[in-house]
Design a protein. Structure first.
Lengths: 269, 617
């Protein structure tokens, strides 16, 4: 039986990708049009990491999960109404920008400092979870930098599966090219695991989990420390969204092969 | 899987649905929960030593999704936030300029009565002399009872999010989106709380892997604020019936778009346009201009529109292209889109407001003023009044029985400005039962006499207002051609309305890829519809034989998201949960009444998860 883990998940909010997103240049650097009005969701990759963390904590008795998040407090508060129903966790809040245009080193420093300040956190049992990528427009290196600042040398940056061996070692499948996996064995924490998609479905909304989480989440939100991370000194020459092409049709009774062929032709065109 | 235990949780107050009414309730109540020293002022029965435990469950994936924009006088809102500048709410703006536009028919396909055609001819003659503008006439005077000149423009999506954040930041109440409430829990004619929907089920509700029975939330008071199509309110109505003389027969579906106005558009923020006359005389429209070059524009298709061709989407496209409106909107871009059913029976639609263990607030409680066309502020106020009643009862240590709620909540409501105004408005729309001109005359009569004179008439059930397709078409083409159009639509599994409107002379919609887009693209661009896995379908056709006998199938024509489509053989429509925007129009657009209840159609609209992800509505 493995010793309990202390699992810290780094993740923040991103604008709901179902909204219409339009980049604009603002006084504080690049951003999205009407960004404060857009609803937010937990970064999908961070979401996978959080659900995997909760699943691991459920399997290994005594484990604890913290979600360390850097974002605008008001938006985080709204986000928690949804996320807190999913899985049990404790929240650590840094009140600042969640713009992916913030410098990754500054973000990593803020997160690492917050993690070091978690009372009772045992670095020898620490698993640092997060997304292997982010929908927040960042450069995709933040988790790695957090790990480095915490002095964690074992880093796995495309994880799809984590198993715990009888001796407590970590059995890790990392996604590599060609649909194959790199299999690693990590004898013991601490380790950084940046998740790809994992394999868990999104948990059901559970009112009891929500009630339990909120007792600790709201006080954390209320005492969230303001953090300044930005892109001072960074010059963005251009900012644009990936181009979209839309050609929606409703079809019925069309064989899947025909649909696939048409999509391929459309992509080639 | 059937052995999975259903869990239960005790709270003091559970609210079903988070809209303006529940916002008003929770805002008022949360301010009274603690003493200045932080000790509970209103003590919980389920957690002694703590303040009242108040929880709200909202169906949509987030608060403020899939609702609507509004112009409101905001009397109750301002009273609730006397020291707050409401302009801090995104998209809020004071009303600056208000007009009522009579829109003539520029295409010749509108089904206008002779009197309106004559009016159009006279106006056109005048136009030749006076160059009136773009097939529209600005009414010289806006009656005081309609005017919102001292009011506010709000995006209800943004407003609800703002209120929700204020509430959550107190840490005193909880709001949980993405959690549909299935039904009230009845115990010996008392409402003992609510049951949440089952998760981990197939589309028919059968348990699958990860089955989790919906939790029972037991509460001393269940606050029903789930709107006119909410499952808790409608279950209560089924269980209790309506008070004598009350009914919920009058409805409208409001469909709207939030539009990024084109560069150079002359409309200033705070502009409010009300329209009538086009695309059909029965269809009214609105256009509100927000800050930042955004506008909310849409139409209302009412239940007294005696047509089986109730396609809000196509009518919305024709309305936007009316020359007067198109002069503002051409070149604009759709940012958001949505639809909602509005309960327009007003005071007559008031159900039993209270009972042992429950109280009803908001639009579903009959608070909408059908004369002034306002409901948000009124809904908010009902929540405020209930909160004041709850505070009084809690301070007295009394349970939430029918008698106690009558003495506190209902008495407050009866003594309020709200009651006085909705009583004046009660018969204001009766004239529309006989036609649009009679209706307009009746509204004017009621409004100008303060309700002393009305054009009252008996109302019909929604199903009785839907003529057959043969009746609709008989002046234009014969049954043989209708049969062919019908057969073609059935073969293509398409709604019939496009073919009928084309045949009636409506010009085709030429997409511009920005504002004039296909119905499905409106779903995709306008906020996107989500249907999370693991929930049952929330629309069910109860008696298949009734669908098989039904020719009109208005449920298909009216469906705001094209979620209801012609089914396979047999005639029962198909339902696609992934397109449903939860507007509830199918509830009152069924031409077949249930055998056991002629007031209700053959469609059961249950609690469902997902829906639109649109916060700019």
């Amino acid at each position: 039986m493995a010793d309990p883990f202390h699992i810290v998940v780094c993740g923040s909010l991103v604008p709901d990708p179902l909204q219409t997103l339009e980049p604009v240049a603002g006084a504080q650097g690049p951003g999205l049009k009407n960004e404060t009005m857009l609803p937010a969701v937990l970064d999908p990759w961070a979401g996978h990491a959080l659900f995997e963390a909760a699943n691991l904590a459920k399997q290994v008795a005594g484990s604890q999960v913290w979600l360390v998040t850097l974002g605008p407090k008001a938006k985080l508060q709204q986000l928690m109404m949804t996320i807190a129903q999913k899985v049990p966790f404790q929240l650590v809040v840094l009140d600042g920008t969640a713009s992916g245009f913030a410098d990754a080193h500054e973000v990593a420093t803020a997160l690492a400092t917050a993690i070091q300040g978690i009372p009772g956190l045992d670095r020898n049992r620490l698993l640092l979870f997060g997304g292997c990528a982010s929908a927040s427009r960042d450069s995709g290196v933040t988790l790695q930098l957090v790990g480095e600042q915490l002095g964690i040398r074992d880093q796995f940056l495309g994880v799809d599966e984590l198993g715990i061996e009888p001796d407590g070692a970590l059995h890790i499948l990392e996604r590599v090219e060609g649909g194959q996996y790199q299999v690693s064995r990590c004898v013991a924490p601490p380790a950084v695991l940046a998740w790809a998609t994992g394999s868990l479905p999104e948990p059901h909304n559970n009112p009891q989990v929500g009630m339990m989480n909120m007792r600790t989440i709201m006080p954390q939100l209320q005492k969230a420390k303001p953090v300044t991370v930005g892109c001072a000194g960074i010059q963005y020459d251009t900012v644009k969204l990936p181009s979209q092409r839309r050609d929606t049709r409703v079809v019925r009774d069309v064989p899947a092969a025909d649909i696939a062929r048409e999509i391929v032709d459309w992509l080639k065109a | 899987m059937g052995s999975v235990e259903r869990q239960s949780m005790d709270v003091d107050i559970v609210c079903a649905g988070f809209g303006p009414a529940t916002g008003g309730f929770m805002t008022t109540l949360s301010r009274a929960l603690l003493k200045p020293d932080g000790q509970p002022a209103l003590e919980s029965r389920v957690m002694p030593g703590m303040p009242l435990q108040v929880v709200c469950y909202e169906r949509a994936d987030d608060i403020g999704f899939g609702v609507s924009g509004v112009v409101t006088r905001a009397r109750a809102l301002r009273a609730s936030f006397p020291d707050v500048d409401l302009m801090q709410i995104p998209m809020a703006h004071p009303v600056r300029h208000e007009q009522v536009l009579y829109l003539m028919d520029p295409v010749g396909a509108s089904r206008r009565p002779a009197a309106l055609r004559a009016l159009d001819a006279i106006v056109r003659l005048g136009r030749a002399l006076h160059q009136s503008d773009h097939e529209a006439v600005v009414l010289p005077h806006i009656p005081e009872f309609i005017s919102k000149e001292d009011g506010l423009l709000l995006s209800i999506g943004q407003f609800n999010q703002w209120v929700g954040n204020q509430l959550q930041s107190t840490g005193l109440v909880q709001i949980w989106p993405g959690m549909p409430v299935k039904e009230p829990l009845f115990e010996n004619n008392r409402v003992a709380g609510v049951r949440l929907v089952d998760q981990g089920v197939d589309k028919h509700g059968h348990p699958e892997a990860n089955y989790m029975p919906g939790m029972d939330i037991r509460a001393g008071l269940t606050v029903v604020g789930d709107g006119p199509v909410g499952p808790v309110g409608r279950k209560l109505d089924e269980h209790l019936g309506m008070p004598l003389g009350h009914h919920q027969r009058d409805w409208a579906v409001g469909m709207k778009a939030v539009i990024e106005l084109p560069e150079g558009c002359p409309l200033e923020p705070g502009t409010v346009l009300h329209t009538l006359g086009f695309p059909e005389p029965e269809i009214f429209g609105f256009l509100y201009v927000y800050p930042g070059g955004l506008a909310s524009a849409g139409i209302f298709v009412p239940s007294w529109f005696d047509s089986p061709v109730r396609t809000s989407y196509r009518y919305l496209q024709h309305w936007m292209q009316h020359p007067r409106l198109w002069s503002y909107l051409k070149g604009g871009t759709l940012r958001s889109w949505g639809a909602k059913s509005i309960q327009e029976a007003g005071r007559r639609g008031e159900p039993w407001l209270v009972g042992d263990g429950f109280a009803r607030i908001g639009e579903g409680s009959g608070s909408t003023n059908v004369l002034t066309n306002s409901g948000v502020d009124e809904a908010w106020f009902t929540g405020v009044l209930l909160a004041e009643a709850v505070i009084e009862l809690s301070r007295e240590g009394l349970p939430y029985t029918r008698d106690h709620l009558e003495r506190t909540y209902v008495a407050r409501r009866r003594a309020s400005w709200l009651q006085k105004e909705i009583e004046i408005a009660e018969k204001a729309r009766d004239g529309f039962q006989r036609g649009v001109l009679t209706g307009l005359f009746g509204m004017g009569l009621t409004g100008l006499t303060g309700g002393r004179l009305n054009l009252s008439t008996a109302s019909k059930r929604p199903a009785e207002r839907i003529p057959s397709l043969e009746t609709y078409c008989h002046q234009l083409f014969g049954p043989a051609e209708l049969a062919k159009l019908r057969a073609d639509a059935a073969q293509g599994q398409r709604p019939l309305h496009d073919a009928l409107m084309d045949r009636c002379g409506w010009p085709p919609i030429v997409p511009d890829g920005k504002l004039l887009i296909s119905h499905q693209d409106a779903l995709l661009l306008g906020g996107k519809v989500q249907a999370p896995a693991g929930y049952a379908d929330h629309v069910e056709f109860l008696y298949p034989n009734l669908c098989e006998q039904c020719d009109a199938k208005v449920c298909i024509e009216v469906c705001s998201g094209q979620a209801i489509t012609p089914g396979g053989t047999g005639g029962v429509p198909a339902f696609d949960r992934e397109k449903c925007v939860h507007c509830g129009a199918c509830i009152w657009n069924c031409s077949s009444s249930r055998p056991e209840d002629p007031e209700r159609g053959n469609i059961e609209f249950r609690a469902g998860a997902g829906g639109l992800h649109s916060s700019e509505n």
